[in-house]
Design a protein around this ligand. Structure first.
Ligand SMILES: Cc1ncc(COP(=O)(O)O)c(C=O)c1O
Length: 362
């Protein structure tokens, strides 16, 4: 029986490649001849060992990571990283810069300050409701790191080129655009991403960490809050989120073997974004909310002429088989999240629906 599937524009948890879901379904009762489900096997078994090793190897290949970097899988979501980063990296007298581009960056700053850490808001786009990515940022020489949010899920903005920091390593929250494009990895001391948008289900956060930063971790921290704990034990100090890591492994395999790597993925994402934004640009009915030079290729945010029309748009879209188009509750409006697994077919179908809705209601 073919499952009922809608066009899924959820912001996260979000669409996964259909072929990945089918693989999970096919091997769910008997994982690789083990006679057990992947949710039933030991994380210390040869089966799970192969899963996590393959997930790490694929991450390394896709991003071109040197062995200077650790690839870790942690729990607590990206939100836990907001706390762990300053906790592990900032000692007495140390400072870090944060670029405030919206809700998630604001939370990251807050978690550092709660701990009494000295962090500077090196730039903010709050003056215009976070509709753009700041330029000309005055980074602090000697800062331990400079934190950015590479893609702002709520406001629909994204860093295109990454900023010059004068040698200060970037620490980036890439929760909503990890693995959507190749990266100049050398600029980054750390990359982290809650998996549930572009690479897997909720319950795991991918952390890519430059090894020298591990030397900063104070041994006085609780064991579970130290990066060194997980780096020393290959993310298996305690029971890791096995099912989530397994799904990531399959998504990364799909990225490598079906898509053909991050250059190819980036080209597809660019084409999808160009199409959808061209509809917004050509319409007086739909208005994009992000500045043109800061637009996200992952979360396309837009308004309709009234909140009533927005409500109706979301409801009619759902009835027509398009889910997840409501904007984040903190900002309203509409949002189409078009992560890696959302194909051009979904974009084109959505655009047909949007044109028809405008024709009827505009
Ligand atoms: C950019 C960004 N950072 C952090 C988070 C929080 O992630 P988590 O729910 O994994 O803590 C989100 C969630 O939507 C996000 O979009």
């Amino acid at each position: 029986m073919t499952a009922h599937r809608i066009y899924n524009f959820n912001a996260g948890p979000a669409a996964l490649p259909l072929s990945v879901l089918e693989t999970i379904q096919a091997e769910f009762l008997d994982f690789q001849g083990s006679g057990m489900s992947v949710t039933e096997i030991s994380h210390r078994s040869k089966w799970f060992d192969a899963v996590i090793e393959d997930a790490i190897a694929r991450t390394r290949r896709l991003l071109g990571l040197s062995d200077q970097y650790e690839v870790l899988f942690l729990q607590g979501g990206a939100s836990m990283q907001f706390a762990m980063i300053p906790m592990n990296f900032l000692g007495d007298g140390d400072t870090a810069d944060y670029v405030n581009t919206g809700t998630w960056a604001t939370k990251a700053i807050k978690e550092a300050r709660i701990q009494g850490k000295t962090v500077t808001e090196a730039a903010t786009s709050e003056d215009r409701g976070f509709a753009y990515i700041p330029k000309d940022i005055a980074f602090t020489p000697g800062a331990v790191y400079a934190h950015i949010t590479s893609n702002n899920t709520i406001k629909g903005t994204q860093w295109d080129a990454f900023p010059e920091t004068g040698g200060v390593p970037l620490v980036a929250d890439m929760s909503s655009d990890i693995m959507s494009r190749p990266l100049p990895v050398d600029k980054f001391g750390m990359i982290y991403a809650g998996a549930q948008k572009n690479i897997g289900p909720a319950g795991v956060c991918m952390v890519i960490l430059r090894k020298d930063l591990l030397e900063r971790t104070p041994s006085s921290l609780p064991t579970m809050l130290r990066y060194t704990t997980f780096a020393e034990k290959n993310s298996m100090y305690n029971t890791p989120p096995c099912f989530a890591i397994y799904t990531i492994q399959l998504v990364l395999k799909w990225l490598e073997e079906t898509i053909g790597g991050l250059e190819k993925m980036a080209a597809v994402n660019q084409a999808k974004g160009d199409k959808l934004y061209s509809l917004l640009d050509g319409s007086d009915f739909y208005q994009g909310t992000a500045d043109a030079d800061s637009r996200s290729l992952m979360n396309v945010t837009f308004r309709l002429p009234s909140e009533d029309l927005e409500k109706q748009f979301v409801a009619d879209a759902l009835a027509a088989g398009f889910g997840g188009l409501k904007g984040h509750r903190s900002v309203g409006g509409c949002r189409a999240s078009i992560y890696n697994a959302t194909g051009m077919d979904a974009i084109e179908a959505l655009m047909d629906f949007m044109r028809e809705f405008e024709r009827k209601m505009g």
